[in-house]
Design a binder for this molecule. Structure first.
Ligand code: SF4
Length: 344
């Protein structure tokens, strides 16, 4: 039986629980070469006004999880093996497509990494933003255009009124990303997922985009999920961090706890590979080896081939996510030694 989003939950308003919860999600890709287990039991949540950073290398499962939340995963070859994704308490995976579509954009929206390929090159940017209001709100062309200009102003595109009829290629990378952000917030979503929103941009523009996202979040009290491979980008904006490796969350922590003292060797390695002004001239640390092959995962702990703390047990036993305190957890057999900094 399909579940329908109850009326009382579809209207925005206060909601007691976490706005969005991913619960023990498993996603696989069935390929000719075998089954790639891309997401293996991921659990995380975000509340209104909160920023969760999901961190990991490419292939760690962070973007596949986001695509599954949005309902845009290619199936096949993708397959949701098990788990739940609850928005305001309702499992999105059980909703009929029509209900799901309502949640997409108005409940949960997403900003993609590459604005140039996400925007349509043959339509003016204002038209593309206005389209959201015409389709979802049934506005007239003139009203939708007015709203598009307002949004372009809100994401700080200079001379929005004059530029509303310009095409994507007439904007810089940073401005195109602002246009993507304008489209994603057009319907006033409660949760915004930003998938590597600053990867293609230079450092100064990266900082401006992060600032803009933080500001929009403050104004509207959105929950923000920031997906990134760069721990340096999230330090100032995130409240909590979920570090992913090989399709699992290997460390969950409040941002300050993780920065102060990581409890998983992979998180520790990522932290040590951030350039620091006080260590000018010193060689940057790099985590040795390659991310795991999802078609042929290492036995035991997936990180063991690269881990400086590895012991025999790591090769045979998959580490559970140990609770360290409160909501903090580490999927490492030797998290105590990692916290104490005792490399083997
Ligand atoms: Fe390293 Fe073992 Fe911990 Fe895995 S379980 S991260 S291999 S120490």
């Amino acid at each position: 039986m399909t579940e329908v989003l109850p009326e009382s939950k579809s209207s925005k308003g206060t909601y007691g629980g976490a706005l969005l919860e991913v619960d023990n999600l498993h996603v696989e890709f069935h390929t000719r070469a075998g089954v790639a287990k891309a997401v293996n039991g991921v659990t995380y949540s975000v509340n209104a006004g909160e920023t969760l950073a999901v961190l990991g290398e490419s292939g760690s499962g962070k973007s596949v999880t986001a695509q599954t939340i949005m309902g845009i995963l290619d199936m096949p070859p993708g397959k949701i093996a098990s788990g739940e994704i609850r928005f305001r308490g309702t499992d999105l995976l059980k909703l009929p497509e029509e209900e799901r579509r309502k949640v997409r954009g108005e409940g949960v929206a997403m900003i993609f990494q590459d604005a140039l390929s996400a925007l349509n090159p043959v339509f003016p940017v204002g038209w593309q933003i206005a389209e959201m209001f015409r389709i979802h709100r049934g506005m007239s062309r003139a009203d939708a255009k007015k709203k598009a200009i307002e949004l372009m102003d809100r994401v700080r595109i200079p001379a929005a009124k004059e530029r509303v009829s310009d095409y994507p290629h007439q904007f810089s990378g940073g401005m195109r990303q602002r246009i993507m952000i304008a489209m994603s917030i057009a319907l006033d979503p409660e949760v915004l997922i930003a998938d590597e929103p600053t990867t293609a941009l230079d450092v100064t523009v990266q900082a401006q985009i992060m600032e803009l996202l933080a500001e929009l979040q403050r104004e509207s009290n959105m929950g923000l999920i920031l997906i990134t491979h760069d721990l340096g980008v999230v330090a100032d904006v995130a409240d909590k961090i979920a570090v992913m490796y090989g399709g699992r969350i290997v460390e969950n922590a409040e941002v300050h706890d993780l920065y102060r003292n990581p409890a998983h060797p992979y998180a520790k390695g990522l932290l040590e590979s951030i350039p620091r002004v006080d260590l000018k001239g010193q060689e940057l640390y790099a985590i040795k080896g390659m991310p795991p092959n999802l078609l042929d995962m290492p036995t035991g702990c997936a990180f063991h081939p690269r881990c400086p703390y590895r012991q025999e047990k790591c090769v045979t036993d998959v580490p559970p996510l140990h609770t360290i305190s409160g909501t903090r957890g580490s999927a490492c057999h030797f998290w105590r030694e990692v916290l104490d900094g005792d490399a083997q």
